[in-house]
Design a binder for this molecule. Structure first.
Ligand SMILES: [Zn+2]
Ligand SMILES: [Zn+2]
Length: 129
């Protein structure tokens, strides 16, 4: 019975340690991001181009890059892009519904324009008669 309680305590201890580690890692990330914000240079490690005037923000790593390193494939987010594209391929539902929606709205505007034209055309026709 006693050994059971010991192992349970050990598990709890390990979990708290893991949690603390995760918190520290997160804080470090935040600090690093803030540092990058302050120095206003390209997030690419070897690049010192200033990005205060113009920067490309990567949607995968949320880093700010100069025009040379703006592409995800160039600064090392190629894998993230491939994953994202794979997910879109596996779950195309969102994209499809968006396309359908835009198609429907264009159809609606086309119809409205047509109706407007018909309305304008009708009185001129009646005048001719
Ligand atoms: Zn990136
Ligand atoms: Zn750069």
């Amino acid at each position: 019975m006693a050994t059971v309680t010991v192992t349970k305590n050990e598990n709890i201890k390990n979990k708290t340690k893991e949690f603390q580690k995760a918190v520290i890692d997160k804080d470090l990330d935040v600090v690093l991001k803030n540092v990058k914000k302050i120095d206003n240079t390209c997030s690419f490690t070897k690049c010192k181009t200033r990005t205060s005037d113009f920067a490309i923000t990567c949607k995968y790593c949320s880093g700010r890059f100069c025009t040379t390193h703006g592409l995800p494939e160039i600064h090392g987010c190629g894998d993230a892009v491939r994953k994202d594209e794979k997910q879109k391929f596996l779950h195309p539902g969102i994209k499809l519904s968006q396309e359908k929606h835009s198609q429907a709205s264009t159809k609606l505007t086309m119809k409205l324009k047509q109706m407007e034209l018909e309305r304008k055309a009708k009185p001129s026709k009646s005048k001719k008669k």
